[in-house]
Design a protein around this ligand. Structure first.
Ligand SMILES: Nc1nc2c(ncn2[C@@H]2O[C@H](COP(=O)(O)OP(=O)(O)OP(=O)(O)O)[C@@H](O)[C@H]2O)c(=O)[nH]1
Ligand SMILES: [Mg+2]
Length: 261
Protein backbone atom coordinates (compact mmCIF):
# COMPACT_ATOMS: atom_id res chain seq x y z
CA UNK A 1 0.00 0.00 0.00
CA UNK A 2 1.40 3.43 -0.96
CA UNK A 3 1.91 5.95 1.86
CA UNK A 4 -0.37 9.03 1.59
CA UNK A 5 1.25 11.76 -0.49
CA UNK A 6 2.55 14.79 1.45
CA UNK A 7 0.38 17.90 0.92
CA UNK A 8 2.70 19.75 -1.47
CA UNK A 9 2.84 16.66 -3.70
CA UNK A 10 -0.96 16.31 -3.68
CA UNK A 11 -1.26 19.96 -4.74
CA UNK A 12 1.27 19.53 -7.53
CA UNK A 13 -0.47 16.36 -8.71
CA UNK A 14 -3.83 18.15 -8.74
CA UNK A 15 -2.38 21.02 -10.81
CA UNK A 16 -0.75 18.57 -13.25
CA UNK A 17 -3.91 16.54 -13.63
CA UNK A 18 -5.84 19.75 -14.35
CA UNK A 19 -3.32 20.65 -17.05
CA UNK A 20 -3.60 17.18 -18.66
CA UNK A 21 -7.40 17.38 -18.58
CA UNK A 22 -7.41 20.87 -20.15
CA UNK A 23 -4.77 20.81 -22.90
CA UNK A 24 -4.03 24.22 -24.33
CA UNK A 25 -6.46 25.99 -21.99
CA UNK A 26 -5.84 29.77 -21.92
CA UNK A 27 -7.64 31.41 -19.02
CA UNK A 28 -8.87 35.01 -19.29
CA UNK A 29 -7.19 37.88 -17.42
CA UNK A 30 -9.41 37.56 -14.32
CA UNK A 31 -9.83 34.24 -12.54
CA UNK A 32 -12.02 33.87 -9.44
CA UNK A 33 -10.60 31.08 -7.26
CA UNK A 34 -13.24 29.41 -5.08
CA UNK A 35 -12.00 26.97 -2.41
CA UNK A 36 -14.79 24.51 -1.67
CA UNK A 37 -15.01 21.76 0.89
CA UNK A 38 -18.37 20.00 1.03
CA UNK A 39 -20.39 22.99 -0.15
CA UNK A 40 -22.72 21.19 -2.58
CA UNK A 41 -25.67 23.18 -1.19
CA UNK A 42 -24.27 26.58 -2.13
CA UNK A 43 -21.41 26.31 -4.64
CA UNK A 44 -23.67 26.26 -7.75
CA UNK A 45 -25.35 29.53 -6.86
CA UNK A 46 -22.01 31.09 -5.89
CA UNK A 47 -20.49 30.20 -9.28
CA UNK A 48 -23.57 31.36 -11.19
CA UNK A 49 -23.46 34.76 -9.44
CA UNK A 50 -19.94 35.65 -10.66
CA UNK A 51 -20.18 38.39 -13.32
CA UNK A 52 -18.86 37.17 -16.73
CA UNK A 53 -16.67 40.27 -17.02
CA UNK A 54 -15.02 42.58 -14.51
CA UNK A 55 -13.38 45.94 -15.20
CA UNK A 56 -13.77 45.26 -18.91
CA UNK A 57 -11.99 41.88 -18.74
CA UNK A 58 -13.42 38.43 -19.28
CA UNK A 59 -13.70 36.37 -16.08
CA UNK A 60 -13.46 32.62 -15.40
CA UNK A 61 -14.31 30.74 -12.20
CA UNK A 62 -11.99 28.04 -10.91
CA UNK A 63 -13.41 25.94 -8.09
CA UNK A 64 -10.86 23.97 -6.10
CA UNK A 65 -12.75 20.99 -4.76
CA UNK A 66 -10.85 20.23 -1.57
CA UNK A 67 -11.42 16.46 -1.32
CA UNK A 68 -15.19 16.81 -0.82
CA UNK A 69 -17.20 13.58 -0.49
CA UNK A 70 -20.43 15.31 -1.56
CA UNK A 71 -21.41 16.65 -5.01
CA UNK A 72 -19.43 19.93 -4.69
CA UNK A 73 -17.33 19.32 -7.82
CA UNK A 74 -20.29 18.23 -9.98
CA UNK A 75 -22.45 21.19 -8.89
CA UNK A 76 -19.62 23.63 -9.56
CA UNK A 77 -19.01 22.22 -13.05
CA UNK A 78 -22.73 22.20 -13.84
CA UNK A 79 -22.86 25.91 -12.93
CA UNK A 80 -20.08 26.66 -15.42
CA UNK A 81 -16.90 26.59 -13.31
CA UNK A 82 -13.63 24.89 -14.15
CA UNK A 83 -12.90 22.40 -11.39
CA UNK A 84 -9.54 21.36 -10.00
CA UNK A 85 -9.77 18.54 -7.47
CA UNK A 86 -7.51 17.80 -4.52
CA UNK A 87 -7.71 14.07 -3.78
CA UNK A 88 -7.84 14.59 0.00
CA UNK A 89 -9.08 17.44 2.17
CA UNK A 90 -6.04 19.72 2.50
CA UNK A 91 -7.41 22.96 3.98
CA UNK A 92 -8.64 26.29 2.66
CA UNK A 93 -5.08 27.69 2.38
CA UNK A 94 -3.87 24.66 0.43
CA UNK A 95 -6.92 24.81 -1.84
CA UNK A 96 -6.35 28.53 -2.55
CA UNK A 97 -2.64 27.95 -3.20
CA UNK A 98 -3.51 25.20 -5.69
CA UNK A 99 -6.02 27.47 -7.39
CA UNK A 100 -3.53 30.34 -7.71
CA UNK A 101 -0.96 27.99 -9.22
CA UNK A 102 -3.39 26.58 -11.78
CA UNK A 103 -4.75 30.03 -12.68
CA UNK A 104 -1.31 31.60 -13.18
CA UNK A 105 -0.07 28.52 -15.10
CA UNK A 106 -2.92 29.08 -17.55
CA UNK A 107 -2.37 32.79 -18.03
CA UNK A 108 -4.42 34.64 -15.39
CA UNK A 109 -3.20 38.16 -14.56
CA UNK A 110 -5.59 39.03 -11.74
CA UNK A 111 -6.69 36.53 -9.09
CA UNK A 112 -9.81 36.98 -7.02
CA UNK A 113 -10.94 34.83 -4.09
CA UNK A 114 -14.51 33.99 -3.13
CA UNK A 115 -15.79 31.42 -0.59
CA UNK A 116 -18.14 28.66 -1.75
CA UNK A 117 -20.52 29.04 1.20
CA UNK A 118 -22.35 32.09 -0.18
CA UNK A 119 -21.33 34.43 2.64
CA UNK A 120 -19.66 36.91 0.31
CA UNK A 121 -21.26 38.61 -2.69
CA UNK A 122 -19.59 38.03 -6.06
CA UNK A 123 -21.27 41.26 -7.17
CA UNK A 124 -18.77 43.14 -4.97
CA UNK A 125 -15.74 41.71 -6.82
CA UNK A 126 -15.71 44.02 -9.90
CA UNK A 127 -15.07 47.03 -7.63
CA UNK A 128 -12.03 45.24 -6.18
CA UNK A 129 -10.75 44.21 -9.62
CA UNK A 130 -11.05 47.84 -10.74
CA UNK A 131 -8.66 49.01 -8.01
CA UNK A 132 -5.99 46.44 -8.89
CA UNK A 133 -6.30 46.55 -12.69
CA UNK A 134 -6.08 50.36 -12.68
CA UNK A 135 -2.77 50.05 -10.84
CA UNK A 136 -3.86 51.63 -7.54
CA UNK A 137 -2.87 48.56 -5.50
CA UNK A 138 -1.33 45.10 -5.85
CA UNK A 139 -3.65 43.43 -3.33
CA UNK A 140 -7.09 44.68 -2.44
CA UNK A 141 -9.29 43.19 0.25
CA UNK A 142 -12.94 43.68 1.04
CA UNK A 143 -13.79 45.19 4.41
CA UNK A 144 -16.88 44.86 6.64
CA UNK A 145 -15.73 47.56 9.02
CA UNK A 146 -18.37 50.15 8.05
CA UNK A 147 -21.16 47.55 8.34
CA UNK A 148 -19.85 46.46 11.75
CA UNK A 149 -19.86 50.04 12.99
CA UNK A 150 -23.39 50.72 11.72
CA UNK A 151 -25.03 47.58 13.12
CA UNK A 152 -24.31 46.66 16.78
CA UNK A 153 -26.11 43.31 16.27
CA UNK A 154 -23.12 42.18 14.28
CA UNK A 155 -20.91 42.45 17.35
CA UNK A 156 -20.19 38.79 17.82
CA UNK A 157 -16.96 37.27 19.13
CA UNK A 158 -15.82 37.02 15.49
CA UNK A 159 -16.67 40.70 14.94
CA UNK A 160 -14.57 41.68 17.95
CA UNK A 161 -11.79 39.41 16.64
CA UNK A 162 -11.77 41.35 13.36
CA UNK A 163 -11.05 44.58 15.23
CA UNK A 164 -8.41 43.04 17.51
CA UNK A 165 -6.53 41.32 14.67
CA UNK A 166 -6.71 44.45 12.51
CA UNK A 167 -5.09 46.37 15.38
CA UNK A 168 -2.42 43.71 15.78
CA UNK A 169 -1.50 43.79 12.07
CA UNK A 170 -1.32 47.58 12.20
CA UNK A 171 0.94 47.39 15.23
CA UNK A 172 3.26 44.79 13.71
CA UNK A 173 3.43 46.01 10.10
CA UNK A 174 2.10 49.57 10.08
CA UNK A 175 -0.44 48.64 7.36
CA UNK A 176 -3.97 50.04 7.63
CA UNK A 177 -5.85 46.75 7.55
CA UNK A 178 -9.39 46.87 8.95
CA UNK A 179 -10.80 43.39 8.16
CA UNK A 180 -8.07 40.75 7.95
CA UNK A 181 -10.48 37.78 7.71
CA UNK A 182 -12.45 39.12 4.76
CA UNK A 183 -13.07 36.46 2.11
CA UNK A 184 -13.05 38.81 -0.91
CA UNK A 185 -9.61 39.62 -2.28
CA UNK A 186 -8.08 40.50 -5.63
CA UNK A 187 -4.35 40.52 -6.38
CA UNK A 188 -1.95 40.52 -9.28
CA UNK A 189 -0.11 37.40 -10.45
CA UNK A 190 3.08 39.19 -9.29
CA UNK A 191 1.86 39.13 -5.68
CA UNK A 192 1.26 35.38 -5.86
CA UNK A 193 4.77 34.87 -7.23
CA UNK A 194 6.32 37.25 -4.71
CA UNK A 195 4.89 36.09 -1.37
CA UNK A 196 5.37 32.92 0.63
CA UNK A 197 2.24 30.88 1.38
CA UNK A 198 2.78 27.97 3.77
CA UNK A 199 -0.42 27.96 5.82
CA UNK A 200 -2.64 24.98 4.94
CA UNK A 201 -5.75 26.53 6.48
CA UNK A 202 -5.51 30.16 7.68
CA UNK A 203 -4.05 31.81 4.61
CA UNK A 204 -5.77 35.21 4.86
CA UNK A 205 -3.46 36.51 7.61
CA UNK A 206 -0.34 35.06 5.98
CA UNK A 207 -1.14 36.58 2.58
CA UNK A 208 -1.82 40.02 4.06
CA UNK A 209 1.26 40.16 6.27
CA UNK A 210 3.58 38.66 3.64
CA UNK A 211 2.24 41.09 0.99
CA UNK A 212 2.72 44.26 3.03
CA UNK A 213 6.09 43.12 4.45
CA UNK A 214 7.40 42.55 0.91
CA UNK A 215 6.54 46.06 -0.23
CA UNK A 216 3.41 45.41 -2.31
CA UNK A 217 0.68 48.07 -2.16
CA UNK A 218 -2.48 47.24 -0.19
CA UNK A 219 -5.97 48.76 -0.39
CA UNK A 220 -9.49 48.01 0.87
CA UNK A 221 -13.01 48.35 -0.52
CA UNK A 222 -16.22 48.10 1.57
CA UNK A 223 -18.22 44.90 0.88
CA UNK A 224 -21.27 43.12 2.27
CA UNK A 225 -21.36 39.84 4.22
CA UNK A 226 -24.12 37.40 5.17
CA UNK A 227 -24.53 34.60 7.68
CA UNK A 228 -24.17 31.05 6.31
CA UNK A 229 -27.43 29.94 4.63
CA UNK A 230 -26.46 26.26 4.34
CA UNK A 231 -23.75 23.86 5.48
CA UNK A 232 -21.59 24.41 8.52
CA UNK A 233 -18.36 26.26 9.28
CA UNK A 234 -15.42 23.95 8.80
CA UNK A 235 -13.19 26.05 10.98
CA UNK A 236 -14.41 25.29 14.49
CA UNK A 237 -15.64 27.62 17.24
CA UNK A 238 -14.63 31.24 17.61
CA UNK A 239 -11.97 30.63 20.24
CA UNK A 240 -10.07 28.01 18.30
CA UNK A 241 -10.55 30.10 15.14
CA UNK A 242 -9.06 33.11 16.90
CA UNK A 243 -6.16 31.15 18.32
CA UNK A 244 -5.24 29.56 14.98
CA UNK A 245 -5.72 32.86 13.12
CA UNK A 246 -3.40 34.69 15.52
CA UNK A 247 -0.79 31.93 15.27
CA UNK A 248 -0.76 32.30 11.46
CA UNK A 249 -0.58 36.10 11.79
CA UNK A 250 2.24 36.34 14.32
CA UNK A 251 4.10 33.37 12.79
CA UNK A 252 4.13 35.06 9.38
CA UNK A 253 5.24 38.40 10.83
CA UNK A 254 8.11 36.68 12.63
CA UNK A 255 9.14 34.77 9.47
CA UNK A 256 9.07 37.97 7.37
CA UNK A 257 11.07 39.86 10.00
CA UNK A 258 13.81 37.21 10.04
CA UNK A 259 13.83 37.14 6.23
CA UNK A 260 14.32 40.90 5.91
CA UNK A 261 17.32 40.91 8.27
N1 LIG B 1 -12.70 25.50 6.76
C1 LIG B 1 -12.35 24.92 5.63
N2 LIG B 1 -12.77 25.49 4.53
C2 LIG B 1 -12.36 24.95 3.40
C3 LIG B 1 -11.52 23.82 3.38
N3 LIG B 1 -11.27 23.56 2.13
C4 LIG B 1 -11.93 24.46 1.41
N4 LIG B 1 -12.62 25.32 2.19
C5 LIG B 1 -13.50 26.42 1.77
O1 LIG B 1 -13.04 27.67 2.25
C6 LIG B 1 -14.12 28.57 2.42
C7 LIG B 1 -14.12 29.18 3.81
O2 LIG B 1 -14.41 28.18 4.79
P1 LIG B 1 -15.42 28.47 6.00
O3 LIG B 1 -15.51 27.20 6.78
O4 LIG B 1 -16.67 29.07 5.49
O5 LIG B 1 -14.59 29.51 6.85
P2 LIG B 1 -15.02 30.99 7.30
O6 LIG B 1 -15.85 31.65 6.26
O7 LIG B 1 -13.73 31.62 7.67
O8 LIG B 1 -15.85 30.70 8.61
P3 LIG B 1 -17.44 30.79 8.85
O9 LIG B 1 -17.72 32.23 9.14
O10 LIG B 1 -17.65 29.93 10.03
O11 LIG B 1 -18.15 30.29 7.62
C8 LIG B 1 -15.39 27.78 2.10
O12 LIG B 1 -15.74 27.99 0.76
C9 LIG B 1 -14.92 26.34 2.30
O13 LIG B 1 -15.69 25.42 1.57
C10 LIG B 1 -11.11 23.20 4.57
O14 LIG B 1 -10.40 22.20 4.62
N5 LIG B 1 -11.56 23.79 5.67
MG1 LIG C 1 -17.59 30.95 5.67
Amino acid sequence: LAAPAPPAVAEQDAAERFRRDHPGLALPAVVVVVPAYEEAGTVGAVVAAVPPAMAGMETAVLVVDDGSRDATGERAAAAGALVCRLPVNSGQGAALRTGYRVAVDHGARFLATLDADGQWAAADLPRLVEVVSSGQADLVSGTRRAALQRDPERWTVRGAGVVVFAGLIRLLTGARVTDPANGLRVMTAEVVAGVELEQPQFQAAELLVSTVCRGFRYAEVPVSHARRSAGTSKKGGSLSYGWRFSRALVGTWWRERRRSR
